[in-house]
Design a protein around this ligand. Structure first.
Ligand code: SAM
Length: 263
C-alpha cells in the first residue's frame, strides 16, 4: 500500500462519489496523509477514509460559504508541504479534467514542491457506465469530446460549439447548467439536428442517481439537481432492451430512477 512522503503534495482523484470507485492508491493516501484539502463534490464516505490524525479542510466553493481563492489554496498546499507535511489535494472525478490542476501544478512547480498525480474516474465515464452506453460506439461516433457548458452563458461563446457539435461526435458536457435552453439553442445553431439524443445524468454513482433522456430540442424541459452532466449524440439513443438488462453500479432500487418517455 502507498504511504505518503513528507513534504510532498498528491493531486488525487476521488472519482464520481461512490467510495468503491476510488483507486486503492487514493484510499491509502487518504489514510496516511497529514492534510487533506478537498473540493465540495468529494463525498462524506470518501472523506471518512481519512486517518485519525489527518486534518481535513474543505476549500469548496458551494453551500454559501466564502469562496477560498485558488491562490489561497496554492499557498496552503505549498506552506504545509514546506513544513514537512504530506498533503493530499483531493478533487472529484479525475484531477486533470476540469479540476484546475493546471494552476496547481504550475504553482507547485514554481515553489519547487515535489508532487504526484493519482487519477480518478471522471464523472463523464461514471455517467456513461451508469447509463450503460458506450461513448465511442464505432457505429455511432468517431470522436468523444469532453467540454464544459460553463461558457454557455457568456456572450463571446457563440462560436464555441462550431466544429465540435457534429453528428459523428459524442459530447460529454460538464457543468452544463442551469440554462439548458441557451445550451440547446447554441448546439442546434452549431449544426446538431433537433432530434439528437441527449442523456442528462445527475449524481452518477451516488444514491439518488437520476437519468433522463430527451431530444435536444426538448432539453430546456429538464430539471435535475446538480451535480449533473450531459451526454449528447447518437450513442445516447434509448435502447429499451439494453436498459432493462443493464444494472448500474448504483442499483436503481436506491436511485430516483430513469425517465425515457421523451425519446
Ligand atoms: C468542476 S467539474 C469537476 C469534474 C471532475 N474533475 C471530474 O473529472 O469528474 C464539476 C462537474 O462535474 C460533473 N460531475 C461531478 N460529479 C458528478 C456526478 N457524480 N454525477 C454527474 N456529474 C458530476 C458535473 O457536471 C459538475 O458540474
Amino acid at each position: 500500500m502507498s504511504s505518503t512522503v513528507a513534504g510532498r503534495v498528491y493531486l488525487v482523484g476521488a472519482g464520481p462519489g461512490d467510495p468503491e470507485l476510488l483507486t486503492r492508491k487514493a484510499a491509502s493516501l487518504l489514510e496516511h496523509a497529514d492534510l487533506i484539502v478537498h473540493d465540495d463534490l468529494v463525498t462524506q464516505p470518501i472523506l471518512a477514509l481519512a486517518g485519525p490524525r489527518t486534518l481535513v479542510v474543505n476549500v469548496g466553493k458551494r453551500c454559501g460559504k466564502k469562496q477560498v481563492t485558488q491562490s489561497a489554496i496554492n499557498s496552503m498546499m505549498i506552506d504545509c508541504a514546506r513544513k514537512g507535511l504530506s498533503v493530499v489535494r483531493l478533487k472529484s472525478g479525475d484531477p486533470l479534467i476540469f479540476g484546475r490542476a493546471g494552476e496547481e501544478i504550475e504553482a507547485l512547480t514554481a515553489a519547487g514542491i515535489k508532487f504526484e498525480i493519482v487519477p480518478g474516474i471522471t464523472a463523464g465515464l461514471a455517467a456513461a457506465a451508469a447509463a450503460g452506453i458506450s461513448l465511442s460506439d464505432r457505429r455511432r461516433a468517431s470522436r468523444v469530446v469532453f467540454a464544459t457548458g460553463h461558457l454557455a452563458e457568456d456572450d463571446y461563446d457563440s462560436e464555441y460549439w462550431n466544429g465540435i457539435a457534429r453528428h459523428d461526435t459524442t459530447l460529454v458536457i460538464y457543468m452544463p447548467g442551469p440554462d439548458y435552453r441557451t445550451l440547446a439553442a447554441q448546439l442546434i445553431k452549431a449544426g446538431l439536428p433537433r432530434d439528437t439524443p441527449c442523456l442528462v445524468i445527475s449524481r452518477a454513482s451516488l444514491p439518488g442517481q437520476f437519468e433522463e433522456r430527451v431530444k435536444l430540442a426538448a432539453l430546456s424541459e429538464i430539471r435535475v439537481h446538480p451535480p449533473a452532466l450531459l451526454i449528447i449524440g447518437e450513442v445516447a439513443r434509448f435502447d429499451r432492451s439494453a436498459t432493462e438488462l443493464h444494472h448500474s453500479l448504483t442499483s436503481h432500487s436506491d436511485s430516483e430512477g430513469i425517465r425515457a418517455e421523451n425519446l
